[in-house]
Design a protein around this ligand. Structure first.
Ligand code: F6R
Length: 613
């Protein structure tokens, strides 16, 4: 969580930093702050609430200077107040620090600092770093050396952190350090950047370099030096970011989420692109396993959180069906604590849009410690999960800014099908013609999505009629069940409506008691082998007073007598239906949130990249 930017160059730093923070605001948005170094010292401004509050505070205020750092916060230690907003400074106001993460031993460090006469002005763990820097820069072996001071402090810190620091006596230096959380360097011409991700500087440069574990970066106008904690310079490769800058802008949409929903046909096309050879066989060289190792896989685990977990559930249906391999899908936050039976012949697939989710990362580390082969399925090139896994399959969804995941989930599901088909092809559980046929079906999805997105107005109208509901249930069977979970999660997080998803066959074992006269129940019932059973479930809930909202397939009249509202999707193979049924669920929740006057992109209490456990 938290977004961080650091800049040194020849532009006005305030503008560069605020622009970066705007793009990073999805990472946390309960307070924000900036610090700019001018001839007379550090100017620091901080404000509780969204970035707009900070922008209002600094608008029209002179904050000249070409070196700056900034932060947008998701509170961990101390509530989101002005005083707890970053940057934090030392007693003399000479050092400014922004921080993402948690310093677990901060209480011990605070006690020592207070004994030595430092005055704390916030309740945060971050502030200790400013005071420690004050001491180490003033005195001792690291005196007058800001990078060395930070390196020495990092050795004393426990926990996870990205720290970005500037000092009033260092007009050409921003220093940053990283442990467990993401930090990327932006390499410009006469200017350089650090940021939580590449969107922080993508408007200025597309050359990036990832910072590795326990490294410290010295960012100057003329160049960047990376060292380990002992001060030894470490080389590293830069990479080119080919994301379209427009993709990180709203482009006329009221919310990013609405734009990202519309981008899904193109996103799926990207995920599928270039995967077939001239013979129509699937290539997924990213898996980086030998054919022999693929044939040796005995079980698969899929680990993920939230919506990515729902994508993983679809992966289970696909891999089990096509590969006849046992697949377990685990919430990453639970995986490593229950000592799962994972070994050399286990493939672990970690699904994560950001590639930074702390729970998923820890699951990856645990799986690797058990000698499993770990494949990351992620949207973010250079992310920690991709780097710590044995191999990475990129979903190529482009930047997703809205906190609620849409095109990322869509591309994750698509990637799950690709992995399933590829394993089936290599293991010989599906013959090449069948793989080709499934790929041909998948390749029709982008056009079907475009068509479906073109007829969402009735869904929006339906959503507006649901705006005052406080409880909605979602039912599905087979691959419709994970989509019921996804529909419920989206509604909860965006509209703050109490929503639950169930396997439709389960409701008679308890949840049916929730149904009262008029309770909306969304049933995901496209044309499918189990549709007859779903129709029974629709009748059961309707008989108890539910308002039934049924997602069905174009031209399918079987469910109409039992549906109060119908949402129709184009026909496709039953296993692929999640790629279509998910769309009206996204639109429904976004529109209910909008009708309730909520911020669709930045729901309360959330952040996009969940880098705390
Ligand atoms: C819900 C949502 C979250 C994420 C989850 C995992 O709309 O976006 O549930 O899916 O936090 O995030 P990643 O995929 O970045 O690991």
């Amino acid at each position: 969580m938290c977004g961080i930017v650091g800049y040194v160059g020849d532009k006005q730093a305030l503008e560069v930093v605020l622009d970066g923070l705007r793009r990073l605001e999805y990472r946390g948005y309960d307070s924000a702050g900036v610090s700019v170094l001018d001839g007379s010292g550090l100017q620091v401004e901080r404000k509780a609430g969204k970035l707009a509050n900070l922008e209002e505070l600094v608008s029209g205020r002179a904050m000249p200077g070409t070196l700056g750092i900034g932060h947008t916060r998701w509170a961990t230690h101390g509530p989101p107040t002005d005083a707890n907003a970053h940057p934090h400074v030392d007693c003399a106001g000479a050092v400014a620090v922004v921080h993402n993460g948690t310093i677990e031993n901060y209480e011990v460090l605070v006690a020592g600092l207070e004994q030595r006469g430092h005055q704390r002005r916030s309740e945060t763990d971050t502030e200790v770093v400013a005071h420690l820097l004050e001491e180490r820069y003033a005195d001792g072996p690291t005196q007058g050396d800001l990078p060395a001071s930070l390196r020495s402090i990092c050795k004393d810190l426990e926990g996870s952190f990205v720290l970005v620091v500037s000092h009033r006596d260092e007009p050409d230096l921003v220093v940053a350090a990283r442990r467990n959380l993401p930090l990327v360097i932006g390499l410009g011409d006469g200017e350089n950047f650090v940021g939580s991700d590449v969107t922080a500087f993508i408007a200025h440069t597309r050359e990036a370099r990832a910072v590795e574990q326990d490294q410290v970066v010295e960012v100057r106008r003329a160049g960047v030096t990376v060292t380990d904690l002992e001060g030894t310079v470490v080389d590293g490769d830069s990479y080119h970011v080919d994301w379209d800058t427009d993709a990180a802008e709203k482009g006329g949409y009221e919310f990013f989420m609405l734009k990202e929903i519309e981008e899904q046909p193109a996103a799926v096309r990207e995920t599928l692109g270039g995967r077939l050879d001239a013979d129509g066989l699937l290539h997924l060289d990213e898996l980086a396993m030998s054919d022999e190792d693929v044939r040796g896989i005995e079980q698969v685990f899929i680990v993920a959180c939230g919506s990515a977990y729902h994508s993983g559930l679809i992966g289970k249906y696909a891999i089990e069906r096509w590969c006849r391999l046992p697949v377990q899908v685990e919430m990453a936050s639970e995986f490593r604590y229950r000592d799962p039976v994972v070994g050399r012949n286990t493939l672990v697939i970690a699904v994560s849009q950001s590639g930074e989710t702390a729970d998923t990362l820890e699951a990856v580390r645990h799986a690797r410690s058990q000698r499993a082969w770990v494949l990351a399925v992620t949207n973010t090139v250079g992310s920690t999960i991709s780097r710590e896994s044995d191999a990475a399959l990129y979903t190529r969804g482009g930047p997703e800014v809205a906190v609620a995941s849409t095109k990322a989930v869509m591309t994750q599901i698509t990637a799950m099908y690709l992995v399933g088909l590829y394993l089936a092809q290599l293991r010989g559980t599906r013959d090449p013609d069948e793989v080709r046929a499934h790929m041909a079906d998948l390749s029709t999805i982008p056009d079907l999505l475009t068509e479906l997105l073109g007829r969402m107005e009735p869904v929006r109208e339906l959503a507006r009629s649901l705006k005052d509901e406080e409880r909605v249930l979602f039912l599905g069977r087979h691959v419709g069940y994970p989509m019921a979970l996804e529909g419920a999660l989206k509604l909860k997080e965006l509209a703050y409506v109490s929503a639950e998803g169930f396997p439709a066959g389960e409701i008679k074992h308890g949840p049916i008691a929730l149904i009262e006269q008029g309770t909306p129940v969304v049933v995901i019932a496209p044309r499918h082998a189990l549709q007859a059973k779903l129709i029974n479930n629709v009748q059961e809930v309707r008989a108890r007073g539910a308002r039934t909202i049924v997602i069905t397939t174009d031209g399918d009249a079987s469910v109409l007598p039992y549906a109060d509202d119908v949402i129709s999707i184009p026909d496709t193979k039953s296993l692929l239906t999640p790629l279509l049924t998910i769309v009206p669920l996204q639109v429904l929740s976004a529109e209910i949130a909008r009708a309730r006057g909520l911020d669709v992109d930045q729901p309360r209490n959330l952040a996009k990249s969940v880098t705390v456990e």
